[in-house]
Design a binder for this molecule. Structure first.
Ligand code: MCF
Ligand code: FE
Length: 411
């Protein structure tokens, strides 16, 4: 591959110091060769192919959406929003028909839309395996999380068998951009014995691990006291239903592997400390949290515990968009107590360097040696100061001007 030099008014490296280079450039092939000032790079690589960008353009790493349920992509208005248990009931009622409507073509179309909005990598939570074909053929880097759940001791073996079958099918598709992985649904839906077996498999196969954790007050009440809104819901399946483990016991199951914990809106300070000590990641899904009526994540608590923070869109089962820009705008509007400039920086890190760390992808930063997953976003006007750039980028970006994956122009 011939060396390319991409130049723009700003290079947002998303590196450790969140360095922003004005009149900057990136020299790259399949991996990044050098990041620096335009004039210097042009002199150093005189034979490179130059790619110019419009005024007010920003070069940055491709975005990484660590948590999306593509099998629910056919939903628009069918699921019940506003309250968690009614939503869950509506998922159970409609999941069969929704998953039939979510054809490979529909999912491929959603992946293309995600690409046009700058998402170059994603973590796909797969409940049934119906998204395998679209995900294994996607232009993006995909970490494919095969989900396991099951609480009835009489059926856990069959549930594990079904999960194993899907996991092995995804392993057959493994490639340099498609990575099989494992997801445990949640502490209220997955028997700890089942969870333990799947976690041991993730450990021995060195694959990524993800779970939903402490999303709603109902989940908190159920795990702590076996009470609350979950009681009626779960006793409909099993009249003797009891919490299968405490929240701390559930977290401890994951102590061997850095795990992505999604939502965690109702986690306690002690649980945040455990997640931090286990080098876990917290995935914030602000739109989903709003639509399912579970409240807003305490970002200050997450930052106090120095937990690796990422942002995901969740699926169209609890969102109206799979664009991370839309998601970041929602987060900016939701966390009204966080200063705008600092929050914007935190959010951009969450979908780049923090996300690549969580998924073990050598991308997510513009840094020598990392994969050339690079996007260009173009602002409509100049910014008042460089400190305003992260916020203005979040407020004004919908689609990218250019997108590269592995150094190849993909859109
Ligand atoms: O993250 C959201 C809300 N919390 C839990 N689960 C899901 C979400 N979006 C989709 N789901 C799926 C989940 O993967 O819904 C099902 C699971 O397959 C609920 S359990 C019947
Ligand atoms: Fe989810």
């Amino acid at each position: 591959m011939k060396v390319k030099i991409l130049e723009a008014d700003f290079v947002l490296t998303c590196n450790e110091t969140f360095e922003i280079i004005q009149k900057g450039a990136v020299a790259f092939e399949e991996t990044i060769i050098e990041v620096g000032e335009s004039e210097q790079l042009k002199a150093k690589y005189p034979n490179a192919t130059h790619i110019f960008t419009p005024p007010h353009s920003v070069i940055m790493p491709g975005l990484i959406n660590v948590h999306v349920h593509l099998e629910f992509s056919a939903n628009a208005t069918m699921l019940h929003y506003g309250d968690f248990i009614p939503w869950l009931q509506s998922v159970i009622k409609h999941r069969e028909s929704l998953s039939q409507m979510a054809t490979t073509e529909l999912i491929a179309e959603k992946l293309q839309t995600m690409l046009r909005s700058g998402t170059t990598s994603l973590g796909a939570i797969s409940s049934f395996g119906a998204d395998l074909e679209a995900c294994s053929q996607a232009p993006q880097r995909v970490v494919f999380f095969n989900e396991v759940l099951g609480s009835n001791p009489g059926t856990v073996d069959a549930m594990y068998g079904d999960f194993l079958g899907r996991y092995h099918q995804s392993k057959d598709e493994a490639s340099s951009i498609f990575f099989p992985a494992i997801a445990i649904h949640s502490p209220y839906s997955t028997h700890p014995i089942l969870a333990k077996k799947a976690i041991e498999l993730a450990f021995s196969d060195h694959v990524n691990l993800s779970t939903h954790f402490m999303e709603s007050q109902a989940e908190r009440d159920w795990l702590d006291e076996g009470k609350g809104d979950f009681t009626q819901f779960l006793t409909a399946f099993n009249p003797y239903a009891k919490p299968m483990c405490s929240a701390e016991e559930f977290l401890t199951l994951f102590n061997s592997l850095p795990t992505l914990f999604t939502h965690s809106v109702h986690a306690s300070a002690q649980e945040y400390a455990t997640i931090a000590a286990q080098h876990g990641t917290l995935t914030h899904c602000p739109m989903s949290n709003r639509l399912l009526g579970v409240g807003a994540l305490d970002l200050e608590a997450v930052s106090k515990h120095a937990i690796n923070l990422t942002v995901g869109t969740d699926g169209l089962s609890s969102n109206i968009s799979l664009s991370l820009w839309d998601e970041l705008r929602a987060a900016l509007m939701m966390h009204t107590n966080s200063p705008l400039e600092a929050l914007s920086k935190t959010l951009l890190k969450a979908v780049t360097c923090n996300a690549s760390k969580a998924l073990n992808l050598p991308a997510g930063k513009l840094e020598k040696g990392l994969l050339s997953d690079i996007i260009v976003a173009t602002l409509p006007q100049e910014v008042d100061s460089i400190e305003q750039l992260p916020a203005q980028l979040i407020l004004h970006t919908h689609q990218t001007h250019l997108t590269f994956i592995n150094g190849e122009l993909v859109c």
